[in-house]
Design a binder for this molecule. Structure first.
Ligand code: PQQ
Length: 572
C-alpha cells in the first residue's frame, strides 16, 4: 500500500484534490452534523494575495495544509504550507513562471490544486512546468517542462499521483493544441509515458490490449481517420480535469476535452479521441477501453468532468461503475471494467440532443440545433460550458446520492470559418449565453444514480461554480458566486447555515481533523474562472459575447462581488 493510499484511509487528512482515488470528496468525519452545522464559525483565514479565480482544493497531510494560488499577483502560482489547526505559515514557494502564459489561458488563470506523495508536494504551473517541492522545507526538488505557451498550451488541472507517477494533462482546446496526458516519475521528474488524444494509435497508446465496448470505436488509427487530413494535429482533446483510479482493476479514468475548433463545419468526422472517457493502465499508459461521449462535438462540450467510482446494486447485481456527470447534460453510469453505458439520463434541461442510444452508446443529436456556418442557431440548451463544467461533485456512501453543483444556461451560437495560427484563439464561434427556463442560472442538486432521478434541488441566481463536499455528518457544502458558503442537509437539501464572504466562491470545499481533534471545513473564496472573468476588469462586461460568450450571462456579476483570494477555515 502506497503512502498516498494509506492517507486516504485516514479521515483526518485530505491528501488529494478529490480526497480519494474514487473521486468521492466524501469526508468520514461526523463531528459537524445536520443538527449543529448552524453553529459553524470562522477559525482562521489566510490571504493568497492574488485576486483572481481561486479554484484550488487545499490538501491536508499530517496536520499541514498545502494550497496554491492562481497565476496572478506578484507571485503567480505561489504555494503555501500552513499549520492546518492554527493557520500559522510554515513556508511558501514561488515559481518564476513566464508571464506570457496568462495571455493564452482560455478561461481565467486558475489552478485546481496540488498533489502529495512520499514527502513531496507536486505543483503544475500555468506555463507548463511540473514541480516537485519538499513538503517539510518548501525547497524545489525537480521541475520538468511539459508544453509550449507559444503553441497555446497551459496547465490548470491538479496533478494526480498513481503508483509513483505524476499524471498531468494540458489545456488549450481553444487554441488548437493537441491534447495529452503525461506521466512523470515522482522521484526524478522524468517522463514515463505520454498519451495523446488525437493522431495515430501509437501516439494515443492504443495497442492490442485495447478493447472498447462499442464497434464504432474499433479500428486502426481512428484518431487520424475520423478527421479531415492532418486536422488532428490541431484538434484539441486536452485534459484539464480529473483522474480517478481503481487499484483492483489497475485502471485510471479520465475524459478528454472538446475538438478544435468549436466550428464543427471545419472538422467532418467523429474527431476521435476528443470528448472521450479513457480507461488506461497507469504503468505504461496503454488504453484498455474508451467511450466517446460527444462524437463530432458541436457545442464545446468537453468531457473532462470527474468519473466517480462506486459500486451500485443494479437489477439485483453489484456493478463496478463510474458515474460521469456529462457536460452535455446526461448523467452517465458506465461499467468501469468494460466501458458499457448502463444508463444516461438528462439531469438538466436539454434540447441540444435527443437522448443516448443505449444499444450503440451514441448520443442522438437534435438536427434543429446543429450550427451551420454563418447562421445563428438560437436557444441551444445546455450552452457551451454545458450543464456542468469542471466543478466537481461529491458522493456519499451513506445517502448513496451524488451532490452536483452545476449551471442552467442556454445560448445562441453562430459558427464561422477560422484559420489556425499557433498560439492564437482557434474557435470560430460567436456565442451569447443566458439563463435557462425559469430564469435561474445555477443549481445544487442531489442525484440518485440507481433510481436515475433528482432527489432535491436548490436554485441559485448565478451559476454554481464551486465544487461540492459531503460528510458522514450528512452535511453537504458548496459556495455561490454571490459570496455565500452554504451547509445543507444532505438528505433533504435544507440550508442549515451560510457564511457571507469577501468574494464569490468557485473553490473546492474540503474537511479534515485538526491537531486539537476538531473537525474543520476549508474553502478558498475569490471569484473568477470562465464565468467570473467579468469580475476582473480586463473584459468589458457590456459586450455580451466577450469571454468566449460568457459575459452575456454574467453582466450583473460585478454588482454582487469583486475578486478576492481568502482561504476560509471553519469549525464548530
Ligand atoms: N476552465 C474553466 C474554469 O476554470 O472556469 C472553465 C472551462 C475551462 C471550460 O469550460 C473549458 O471548456 C475549458 N477548456 C479548456 C480546454 O479545452 O483546453 C481548458 C480550460 C482550463 O484549462 O481552464 C477550460
Amino acid at each position: 500500500q502506497t503512502d498516498l493510499a494509506s492517507r486516504m484511509k485516514d479521515p483526518g487528512q485530505w491528501p488529494m484534490a478529490a480526497r480519494d482515488y474514487a473521486n468521492t470528496r466524501y469526508s468520514a468525519l461526523d463531528q459537524i452534523n445536520a443538527s449543529n452545522a448552524s453553529r459553524l464559525q470562522l477559525a482562521w483565514t489566510f490571504s493568497i494575495g492574488a485576486d483572481r479565480g481561486q479554484e484550488a482544493a487545499p490538501l491536508v497531510v499530517d496536520g499541514t495544509m498545502y494550497v496554491v494560488g492562481p497565476y496572478a499577483g506578484p507571485y503567480p502560482n505561489r504555494v503555501f504550507a500552513l499549520d492546518a489547526t492554527t493557520g500559522e505559515l510554515k513556508w511558501s514557494y514561488a515559481p518564476k513562471p513566464e508571464p506570457a502564459a496568462a495571455g493564452v489561458a482560455c478561461c481565467d488563470v486558475v489552478n485546481r490544486g496540488l498533489a502529495f506523495d512520499n514527502g513531496k508536494v507536486f505543483l503544475n504551473t500555468l506555463d507548463n512546468h511540473s514541480v516537485a517541492i519538499d513538503a517539510k522545507t518548501g525547497k524545489e526538488l525537480w521541475h520538468t517542462k511539459l508544453g509550449e505557451i507559444n503553441k497555446g498550451e497551459t496547465i490548470t488541472m491538479a496533478p494526480v499521483i498513481v503508483k509513483g507517477k505524476v499524471l498531468i494533462g494540458n489545456s488549450g482546446g481553444e487554441m488548437g493544441v493537441r491534447g495529452w496526458v503525461t506521466a512523470l516519475d515522482e522521484n526524478t521528474g522524468a517522463i514515463a509515458w505520454r498519451a495523446y488524444a488525437t493522431g495515430p494509435d501509437k501516439d494515443v497508446l492504443i495497442g492490442d490490449d485495447f478493447k472498447p465496448f462499442y464497434d464504432s470505436l474499433k479500428g486502426k488509427d481512428l484518431g487520424v481517420k475520423s478527421w479531415p487530413a492532418d486536422r488532428w494535429q490541431v484538434g484539441g482533446g486536452t485534459m484539464w480535469g480529473w483522474i480517478s483510479y481503481d487499484a483492483d482493476l489497475n485502471l485510471i479514468y479520465y475524459g478528454t476535452a472538446n475538438p478544435s475548433p468549436w466550428n464543427a463545419n471545419q472538422r467532418s468526422g467523429d474527431n476521435l479521441w476528443s470528448t472521450t472517457i479513457f480507461a488506461r493502465d497507469p504503468d505504461n499508459g496503454h488504453a484498455k477501453w474508451a467511450y466517446q461521449v460527444n462524437p463530432h462535438d458541436l457545442f464545446d462540450h468537453d468531457e473532462i468532468n470527474e468519473n466517480v467510482l462506486v459500486d451500485l446494486e443494479l437489477n439485483g447485481q453489484t456493478r463496478k461503475v463510474l458515474i460521469h456527470p456529462g457536460r452535455n447534460g446526461y448523467m452517465y453510469v458506465i461499467d468501469r471494467a468494460t466501458g458499457e453505458v448502463i444508463s444516461a439520463d438528462a439531469f438538466e434541461f436539454v434540447n441540444a440532443y435527443k437522448g443516448v442510444n443505449l444499444k450503440t452508446g451514441k448520443i442522438i443529436p437534435n438536427e434543429e440545433k446543429t450550427p451551420l456556418a454563418g447562421k445563428t442557431v438560437e436557444n441551444i440548451c445546455p450552452s457551451a460550458p454545458g450543464a456542468k463544467d469542471w466543478q466537481p461533485t461529491a458522493w456519499s456512501p451513506r445517502t448513496k446520492l451524488l451532490y452536483v453543483p452545476h449551471q442552467h444556461l442556454c445560448m445562441n451560437f453562430k459558427a464561422s470559418q477560422v484559420g489556425y495560427i499557433a498560439g492564437t484563439p482557434y474557435v470560430g464561434a460567436d456565442v451569447d449565453m443566458y439563463a435557462g427556463p425559469g430564469g435561474h442560472r445555477g443549481e445544487f442538486m442531489a442525484w440518485d444514480p440507481v433510481a436515475r432521478k433528482k432527489v432535491w434541488e436548490i436554485h441559485e441566481k448565478l451559476p454554481v461554480w464551486s465544487g461540492a463536499l459531503v460528510t458522514a455528518g450528512d452535511v453537504a457544502f458548496y459556495g455561490t458566486m454571490d459570496r455565500l458558503f452554504k451547509a445543507v442537509d444532505a438528505k433533504t437539501g435544507k440550508v442549515l447555515w451560510q457564511f457571507r464572504a469577501g468574494s464569490g466562491f468557485i473553490g473546492q470545499p474540503i474537511s479534515y481533523r485538526g491537531s486539537d481533534g476538531q473537525q474543520y471545513i476549508a474553502i478558498l473564496s475569490g471569484v473568477g474562472g470562465w464565468p467570473g472573468v467579468v469580475a476582473n476588469a480586463e473584459v468589458d462586461q457590456r459586450v455580451r459575447n466577450a469571454a468566449l460568450g460568457f459575459t452575456g450571462a454574467m453582466q450583473d456579476l460585478p454588482f454582487y462581488t469583486t475578486g478576492g483570494s481568502e482561504l476560509l477555515v471553519f469549525k464548530l
